[in-house]
Design a protein around this ligand. Structure first.
Ligand SMILES: *Cc1c(COP(=O)(O)O)cnc(C)c1O
Length: 402
């Protein structure tokens, strides 16, 4: 098997040339990825001729939709090397991490218990704890944007840590964290390990067994699937010991005005009509991704990332933020002459989409003493031509503002 980025690009209608024949340069896949045609067509089929609800219906389409929804759970399980009974469908990665904080955290944490999260955590893995009434402590970052592992050991050694939360790949810095090692050290200190895989799921093969995590969350729309769907995986014993966070239909065993007994996981955590169209659309995206030559995709993405770093280094006054030895996916930078928002506006005029801002990681911005960065991010459909246009656009910025 091999991999042809040009051929795969043609499967993405959202990346097509503009009407006047100019190229569209999409470098914001870390925020959300474009969808292959098979996913778009699947969602249209599900909302159209195949439509019917899950669980309740006795008619054919409802029964078929229910079967496809449960099949989607099995596909996600295969994607994560996990058990289907441990896959909870959520509204997104944010929702999944909130389920950990509000479901597991509120049931199991006592006053004095400590939570550690990386200093490069996405707000989803930090604010979720704040809203649940907890105050995680940061694992500090080194100047290159990697985690300070000695500081991590000291924080663990101080005792009382019950959970460590960490992003697999930082959306703001591109740092790839040594998660299996982080999990091992957390377990040795008696803590659970919760992995935010929102940025790694599109790039790296994931195995919850090999990673040794206890919770894992990701979002469908960043892995070439629909919006409005995410996944929380957790070890079965953890799910069984977790009370539901939201109450409603389909998550119950028996209800009376005296009280409710709850269904077993994963149904316990899927109150109401679930986003079944999105879940099946996600499974289509994952099937599509798993059918590709993933080693070749990874090699292509690495080559594009390296190429982007070389081209960005040619731009006068450009400073990269996030230069950890292990990095990928996203490249953050600032220009001496222009604010990130101005860079993004100049690039947009050339139909080049990048992100500018704090990337939902304000503590990272504070750590590197910038108010915002510009960020280009890559996906399997990114080509050298995209990077060349980014380079040329940045040279335009330097001419305009420099
Ligand atoms: C995007 C992202 C999230 C949040 O995902 P949503 O789809 O917005 O719920 C969480 N963590 C990381 C690292 C992300 O990149």
């Amino acid at each position: 098997m091999s991999f042809d980025p040009e051929a795969i690009r043609s499967e993405f209608p959202g990346l097509a040339e503009l009407r006047d024949g100019r190229p569209y340069t999409y470098l914001d896949s870390a925020a959300t990825a474009h969808k292959p045609r098979c996913v778009i067509e699947r969602v249209a089929e599900l909302l159209g001729p195949a439509y019917g609800t899950v669980h309740r219906g006795l008619y054919r389409r409802a029964a078929q939709m229910t079967e496809r929804y449960e099949q989607a759970r099995r596909t996600v399980a295969r994607f994560l090397d996990a058990d289907p009974g441990e896959i909870v469908f959520t509204a997104g990665c944010t929702d999944a991490l909130n389920l950990v904080a509000h479901g597991w955290g509120r049931a199991h944490l006592r006053p004095g218990d400590r939570i550690l999260v990386s200093g490069m955590e996405h707000h989803a893995g930090l604010v979720s704890w704040h809203t649940a009434g907890f105050k995680p402590e940061p694992i500090p970052l080194r100047d290159d944007g990697s985690l300070d592992l000695e500081a991590y050991d000291r924080l663990l050694a101080a005792g009382g840590v019950k959970l460590v939360g960490c992003v697999h790949i930082s959306n703001a810095l591109g740092t790839i964290n040594p998660v299996a090692e982080l999990a091992r050290r957390a377990h040795a200190a008696g803590a659970l390990f919760c992995l935010d895989a929102a940025q790694s799921a599109p790039h790296l093969p994931l195995s919850v067994r090999a990673l040794g995590c206890d919770f894992l969350a990701f979002a469908g729309h960043k892995v070439y699937g629909p919006t409005g769907i995410g996944v929380l995986w957790a070890r079965r014993e953890l799910l069984e010991a977790m009370p539901p966070w939201r109450g409603g239909g389909e998550m119950i065993e028996r209800v009376s005005f005296a009280g409710t007994t709850y269904a077993a996981p994963p149904a316990r955590f899927e109150a109401g009509t679930p986003p079944f169209v999105e879940a099946i659309g996600l499974a289509t995206a994952l099937e599509w991704l798993m059918a590709q030559d993933r080693a070749a995709i990874l090699a292509h993405e690495r080559a594009i990332y390296d190429y982007a770093e070389r081209r960005l280094a040619e731009v006068p006054g450009l400073r990269r933020i996030g230069t950890a030895p292990e990095r990928g996916g996203a490249l953050s930078f600032v220009l001496a002459c222009a604010h990130p928002a101005d860079i993004a506006a100049v690039l947009d005029a050339q139909h080049i989409a990048i992100r500018a801002g704090h990337h939902c990681a304000q503590p990272v911005m504070e750590r590197f003493r910038v108010s915002a960065t510009a960020r280009a991010s890559i996906a399997l459909y990114t080509t050298r031509a995209d990077i060349d246009r980014l380079h040329d656009g940045l040279q335009t910025c330097v001419r305009l503002f420099g």
